[in-house]
Design a protein around this ligand. Structure first.
Ligand code: SAH
Length: 217
């Protein structure tokens, strides 16, 4: 259990850095601009380092999990990169990705619950990522994320926010050579898997740590 709770959002982000979970300075800057309070139903618990139920069987992940995934993906989230967020849920991480890849990049969220997509778009509009949405550089679609979002790929970075029973082949295909995917895999026991597609197209899988995510349906 991580204990990075903060009294303020700035304190939460600082604690995540202090504990060595949020290791990328670029991710920390982007994260600081996306107040978690906008994305959670219970704002009193916004800066707790814990997941929060957001309805429809979904949760916004804990800040330490968001930070962990951001740190693993930071090198693939440069200005101009193309990123796919599968199971985008609250939209929090989609907004952070958007600010990292910027207006020369492209950020695509895919979520299968239409009401969550609608709510996430409203929330993102209240952050500095709003302008990216206006420019069409950040979009959130209602779709089955197991199929990815082919027309905007291949992707430098793919993040999956729900646990897949098996690694979805479409997502591996939509990963750019030189790109990286971070995805929880498993049912009863889950592992956060790093999938690196090497420049020659070889796929390298590394299990990073045991995790607990809602299932990718
Ligand atoms: N990163 C998100 C995680 C939300 S929880 C956040 O922190 O807010 C996981 C999300 O995956 C849920 O919103 C759920 O509805 C969604 N999901 C599950 N299966 C899916 C599928 N097949 N396609 C798209 N989204 C899916």
């Amino acid at each position: 259990m991580w204990r990075c709770h903060g009294a303020t959002y700035a304190e939460l982000v600082a604690n995540l850095q202090k504990h060595g979970i949020l290791t990328s300075p670029e991710a920390a800057v982007a994260m600081s601009k996306v107040d978690r309070k906008i994305f959670v139903p219970d704002s009193k618990l916004a800066y707790h380092d814990a997941p929060q139920v957001i309805g429809y069987g979904a949760t916004i992940s804990a800040p330490h999990m968001h930070s962990y995934c951001l740190s693993l993906l930071a090198d693939y989230l440069k200005p101009g990169s193309i990123v796919l967020d599968v199971g985008s849920g609250s939209g929090y991480l989609t907004a952070v990705f958007g600010l990292m890849v910027g207006e020369t990049g492209h950020t695509v969220g895919v979520e299968h619950i239409p009401q969550l997509v609608e709510r996430s778009i409203d929330a993102i509009k209240m952050t500095p990522a709003s302008s990216l949405m206006e420019m069409g550089r950040l979009v959130v679609h209602v779709a089955d994320g197991k199929l990815g979002w082919e027309e905007c790929g291949p992707y430098d970075a793919i993040h999956v926010g729900a646990a897949a029973a098996d690694l979805p082949e479409a997502l591996v295909q939509q990963l750019k050579p030189g790109g990286r995917m971070v995805i929880p895999v498993g049912t009863d026991s889950q592992e956060l898997m790093i999938v690196d597609k090497l420049l020659d197209g070889t796929v390298k899988k590394t299990n990073e740590l045991g995790v607990r995510y809602v299932p990718l349906i």
